[in-house]
Design a protein around this ligand. Structure first.
Ligand SMILES: *Cc1c(COP(=O)(O)O)cnc(C)c1O
Length: 397
């Protein structure tokens, strides 16, 4: 068979299983109200939890960064592309997020995907065992595979199972890895217990705070700060394209860990540094997040989360018990999930359907993602549309 025929056959199979994904094209900034594929829509699809992606101060900071440093970095961080804006941002990030360790230092990456590949490949290798939560983000899974370490997967958030696995392991180096807030369920990992286990077993603990940074903890310093944890074994990854509203990511840890990454992490070394203007805008974002405006946005987000939980409980489907901005509603089959997504879309609401392999088979869901940019009127619209679809589903059943 022709190579293209093989691919087309595979694509038809995706269609047959309701697994084909389609991109929407957005003509307006990421905000509560957007124009998507030419239609006015209320968006519940972004990870812009604080509603900062279109913030005028960040837009201005991006422009100012471009005026000052130009459009491109021109090179990799080790070969001429490390700008003053990157250096300043790393200092800002270490102060913002590094309270969990003495001598914190931060390293800025273009994306969270690369930061996770970097941490896992630099800290783990042959002879290491990585203990990984079964619901970890794809980038952590890929980083673990790329590291060539042995990988043991523990059932989601099951600390007894993890403890037993650590007890039974005679690996030279052990590394535990977990999301803080799980991206498709919105629940928070048992972080205090994870730190205890890491310290008891002399293991690294890598936590990915992609959905916690900016949202959780005092001044939005993240899930580790919220749990008030400290440990030299902790290595934190934070992303800057979600609540921080810009792009990029960072690793924060003891300075020695960071220096090792600079020397050895291939996903850090062999790639062009992001535009310095972006780093400049992220520094401005951190100032908003840590200040009074950040507090006000987090308070409004908490209000929206409480209301949404109540709304989802009124439907005939299964909400996941989540206290974060990620509010999943489990529908079950792919077809039913896509039908509900289409019904909401018809009402001018954009709520993405999440299907395997992102979530386990049979647990396809809507992922309602809240932002401080949403208003109560936006939630009223979501409520009306969901309850109407719920009544229709019950009548059809
Ligand atoms: C989004 C996300 C990433 C990847 O971050 P990017 O900056 O988008 O590449 C990593 N981990 C988790 C848990 C995420 O949700």
């Amino acid at each position: 068979m022709h190579l293209l025929d093989t691919l087309e056959q595979s694509l038809r199979e995706l269609d047959a299983h309701g697994l084909r994904r389609r991109r929407r094209t957005i003509d307006t900034p990421c905000d509560a109200h957007m124009t998507v594929d030419g239609r006015e829509t209320i968006g519940f699809a972004s990870n812009d939890y604080l509603g900062l992606a279109a913030h005028p101060q960040l837009v201005a900071a991006l422009a100012e960064g471009a005026q000052r440093y130009g459009a491109g970095s021109g090179g990799s961080h080790l070969l001429g592309g490390h700008s003053r804006a990157h250096a300043q941002l790393e200092d800002d990030l270490a102060i913002f997020a590094g309270g969990f360790v003495d001598a914190p230092r931060a390293l800025y990456f273009s994306t969270g995907y690369m930061a996770n590949l970097a941490v896992l490949t630099a800290l783990a290798g042959r002879g290491t065992t990585i203990f990984s939560d079964s619901l970890n983000h794809a980038s952590l899974i890929d980083g673990a595979r790329l590291s060539r370490a042995d990988i043991q997967i523990y059932p989601h958030a099951d600390m007894d199972a993890l403890s037993a696995m650590l007890d039974a392991s005679d690996a030279g180096t052990k590394l535990i890895v977990s999301d803080t807030v799980f991206s498709m369920d919105g629940d928070v990992a048992p972080l205090a217990r994870l730190v205890e286990l890491a310290e008891a077993h002399g293991a690294w603990l890598v936590v990915d705070d992609a959905h916690g940074l900016g949202v959780l903890g005092p001044q939005g310093r993240g899930a580790i700060a919220e749990a008030a944890l400290r440990s030299p074994y902790l290595v934190m990854v934070g992303t800057l394209g979600k609540a921080a509203g810009v792009s990029g990511a960072f690793v924060c840890a003891h300075a020695t860990v960071i220096e090792w990454l600079v020397q050895r992490a291939r996903p850090y070394i062999f790639t062009t540094a992001s535009s310095p203007a972006v780093a400049h805008a992220v520094s401005a974002s951190l100032r908003i997040i840590a200040g009074e405006e950040g507090d006000a946005r987090r308070a409004h987000l908490r209000h929206l989360i409480g209301r949404t939980r109540a709304i989802l409980k009124e439907t005939c489907w299964m909400p996941v018990d989540s206290a974060t901005a990620v509010q999943p509603l489990v529908i079950g089959s792919n077809d039913a999930t896509l039908a509900l997504q289409a019904a909401l879309e018809n009402d001018g609401l954009w709520v993405p359907a999440i299907r395997p392999p992102t979530v386990p088979v049979g647990t396809s869901r809507l992922r309602i993602s809240l932002s401080a940019a949403h208003s109560d009127a936006d939630l009223d619209r979501l409520n009306d549309s969901l309850q109407r679809a719920s009544r229709a589903a019950l009548e059809g059943a």
